[in-house]
Design a protein around this ligand. Structure first.
Ligand SMILES: [Zn+2]
Length: 342
């Protein structure tokens, strides 16, 4: 959603609804009320590291170096995808790495860190809420997490994960975001309890998992078990990340499990071999206080406009490149299920 855009705007009527409205104009006023349908559009993106490995800050080609050398333009990272991200009501991403000035742990091969000011990039990119449930959020300890939350708050960006839920009202509908590190099945009970605690007949519950095996395009049985358990407990949508590559999409009981969204603005790697990523868009319509219809699509993208050197600025792709990404997601989905959604 664009900065400053009202959340409670009137619902845009589709063509059918407009035709009905016109027909009803002939009728007495009592029958002229438009059907009360509210539609929320949500975009989901994968791993965002606004910064890079600790110690890489001054190296040519690093996220920070490119930021400084391109005029410290905070709008740059999301600028080529902004038209998609600002056209929705809510954009959800994974923030993989703290935003802090703190020193970081050294027992980690890749400790990520970015400047607190980089939170502005999310705001300028129309990313409203991010998950901190991942294996890098605590790279700079609890102070790093606290600094990250402070930086996000200062820029009006919400967060969830690490025991915190993001609960907000979008177009009059309560939307709950929950996030978990889903490395193993031990988290299942906590996931189910948290979903049940937030589930209401008239709200939307979205669960993000940081799970799976890095570099692997097929989802694992434990991802499937957790994803399905989340939906059985009442989740409306499951979003996954961590493998850094795209995985498939499952239609489970009419809900979607997006196993891995891939990288997005990812400062963790200067020359990734696989640039393919996507924006997953979901539309949820509510009628008479209950979820009445859903729609889904993927928007194919590359995590970098420069194919040789990551420029940390995802771009939309079309033609054969877009088809290749769609085909890859379909191939990684259970028996062509993803093909039915776009
Ligand atoms: Zn990760």
């Amino acid at each position: 959603m664009a900065e400053g855009k009202e959340l409670d705007q009137p619902v845009e009527a589709d063509e059918g609804a407009v035709a009905q409205e016109e027909a009803r104009a002939e009728l007495p006023p009592a029958a002229s009320a438009a059907p009360a349908v509210t539609t929320i559009t949500i975009s989901a993106i994968g791993d965002n590291t606004l910064g890079g490995p600790v110690g890489s800050e001054r190296a040519k080609g690093s996220f920070q170096h490119l930021h400084s050398s391109s005029g410290a333009d905070f709008a740059r990272p999301f600028s080529a995808v902004l038209k998609v991200l600002e056209a929705d009501d809510l954009t959800i991403g994974n923030l993989e790495g703290p935003l802090t000035d703190q020193g970081c742990r050294t027992d980690h091969t890749f400790a990520f860190r970015g400047e607190p000011a980089f939170a502005e990039m999310l705001k300028r990119g129309s990313v409203e809420v991010v998950s901190l449930a991942n294996n890098h959020a605590e790279d700079c300890g609890s102070k790093g997490v606290a600094d990250t939350r402070t930086a996000l708050k200062a820029h009006g960006v919400g967060h969830f994960g690490l025991g915190v839920a993001d609960v907000r009202t979008v177009r009059g509908i309560e939307v709950v975001n929950l996030g978990f590190t889903g490395g193993n099945l031990a988290v299942k009970r906590e996931v189910v309890e948290a979903i049940k605690a937030h589930r209401k007949p008239d709200n939307l519950v979205i669960v993000s998992f940081h799970w799976g095996i890095e570099g692997t395009t097929s989802f694992s049985s434990s991802q499937q078990t957790l994803g399905r358990a989340a939906i059985d407990a009442g989740a409306d949508l499951v979003l996954g990340h961590h493998p850094h590559v795209l995985q498939g999409i499952e239609n489970y009981k009419g809900k979607r499990i997006v196993y891995s969204l891939g990288n997005f603005v990812f400062g963790g790697h200067g020359q990734p071999s696989d640039l393919d990523t996507m924006i997953f868009r979901a539309r949820f319509s509510f009628s008479k206080g209950a979820l009445s219809a859903t729609g889904y699509e993927i928007v194919p993208a590359h995590m970098s406009g420069d194919k040789k050197q990551n420029d940390f600025r995802p771009v939309l792709v079309s033609g054969s490149e877009a088809e290749a990404i769609r085909a890859k997601v379909v191939q990684a989905s259970p028996l062509g299920e993803a093909a039915a959604i776009f």
